[in-house]
Write a protein that binds this ligand. Structure first.
Ligand code: SF4
Length: 210
């Protein structure tokens, strides 16, 4: 008899959070009565983002790319496999490109890398030591630590590469924001709960990285 494998959540995009990156004017021009209903249709693969005439082309293509990625949960038996805490350069970033901080669970890093690569987002991704915990588990177990982030920033000479001391932390780690700011002296933006929406968050905050 086949044994059903347990799966772990990867926080795929939800309509409410995705709709925050839509114009939120509920104009109905897309054929849906509200932006959140359009977001639901996007996630279900029942609409194309180009149906919203208010949406900039960069957002249209980023949403398309994100929604074609595999959003299936991952098997529990690979939990806590670790990735080195080495700065990853994605799509030829340069000074001013955004820095995203995450945990050092191998699958978290793989998925974030895939999301950023597929959307053509020039960025730096910094895995920080969380004992291989995914971000949600690391926050729960108090393993998503400001001190580890500071260590990874220094070990990788990140400021020399990004040209500024501004980082994006996962939305799931919001409560660590002040501690990270205090210990690192860096400015901190709290990103979305779903890492899949990170490229849209970066587009929405591009002035901060210019
Ligand atoms: S056309 Fe765009 S702004 Fe108007 S309801 Fe649809 S998603 Fe919202």
């Amino acid at each position: 008899m086949a044994v059903q494998q347990e799966k772990a959540e990867i926080h795929p995009p939800e309509a409410e959070e995705l709709s925050q990156f839509l114009p939120e004017s509920d104009c109905g021009k897309c054929g849906f009565p509200s932006c959140i209903e359009f977001a639901e249709a996007l996630i279900e693969g029942e609409a194309d983002p180009s149906r919203c005439p208010e949406l900039e082309s960069e957002f249209v293509s980023a949403i398309r790319s994100i929604l074609t990625l595999d959003r299936e949960p991952i098997p529990y038996n690979i939990m806590m496999e670790q990735e080195p805490c080495t700065l990853i350069e994605i799509n030829n970033p340069g000074k001013g490109s955004p820095l995203l901080v995450t945990g050092n669970f191998r699958e978290t890093v793989r998925i974030m890398r895939e999301i950023l690569e597929s959307t053509g987002t020039g960025s730096f991704l910094l895995p920080t030591f969380t004992h291989g915990y995914s971000v949600d588990n690391a926050v729960h177990e108090k393993m998503f630590k400001a001190k580890e982030i500071w260590t990874a920033l220094k070990d990788n000479s990140v400021e020399e590469k990004t040209g500024k001391s501004l980082m994006i932390i996962p939305g799931l780690a919001e409560k660590e924001k002040n501690a990270i700011r205090q210990i690192s002296g860096w400015d901190v933006l709290v990103g979305p709960i779903s890492g899949f929406l990170a490229p849209l968050f970066i587009l929405s905050n591009r002035d901060a990285f210019s």
